[in-house]
Design a binder for this molecule. Sequence first.
Ligand SMILES: [Fe+2]
Ligand SMILES: [Fe+2]
Length: 296
Amino acid sequence: MPCDPKLLQKLQSARELPTLPAVLIPLLRHLERPLESQDVHQIVDLIAKDESLAARCLQIANSPLFGTSREVESIQSAVVVMGLERIHQIAVSCSFLKLLPSLKDVSPSVFWAHSLGCALVAREFAGKIGFPDPGKAYAAGLLHDVGIIALLSAAPEQFATALRLARSEHMPLHEAERRELGLTHEEAGKIIAGIWHPPPEIADVIAHHHTPDRAAENHALVSVVGFSDLLCRLNGIGYGYSETRQTNFAEDPAFIGLAAQFAKFQPFDLARFTFETEGTLEEVRTVVTQVYGGVQ
Ligand SMILES: [Fe+2]
Ligand SMILES: [Fe+2]
């Protein structure tokens, strides 16, 4: 189906898009500097200024997922105990969470669990294969599907039809979107990335995580997230339904691209990593249950 020009217009004019949480882009901008030159006070202030954000950050900081050896009661003490990088990741996740209550048809907790799961798997996977910036992989994994938020906001009924098709056929969501809307959440994401201006490499992930071979730049990051997204979906942290597909990882474009770029990828034990991933995703479900009251 060709894309409805009215839908394109709505996306391009940003009409009906949810308001971006004020701290999200400033927090992401900090990723553009090396960790050693980050301004700790600036980041702590950014988080502490928003009381509900700070409270959620502490809830997650004290959860099994980011488990600390001792209870942290303030953002400052969390930085001391856990380090700035971890607190930054938690804050990005919690501010992203604020975008979600407006979702219809996709449960916000399901969407957040998928995004958080993808972020954690991408960070872990990046570290294992020697990708130089696992923190960036985390943020990109968290935000990779913002195009879904755009489609849900701009065309809720058409998106619901695509989701029903995906559910009934157990097919990848982006394929169902292509059929029902003539446009995928990658393409919608590319449009809103042009409006929200996340860091450019995150914009590339938003636009190409299902088609990493089409990314002109940041191919490694796009592939790391694309592959992590696939692992999450195949491990039951997808969009609230199961996909039945025969996956030959060796033929996946993200897999092929990474194998060519990272020497550590060749002896990489995928079966073992998938097994370890299951534990991480179980923890994601626990945290989302604590924070959101359950993955429905
Ligand atoms: Fe996606
Ligand atoms: Fe995804």
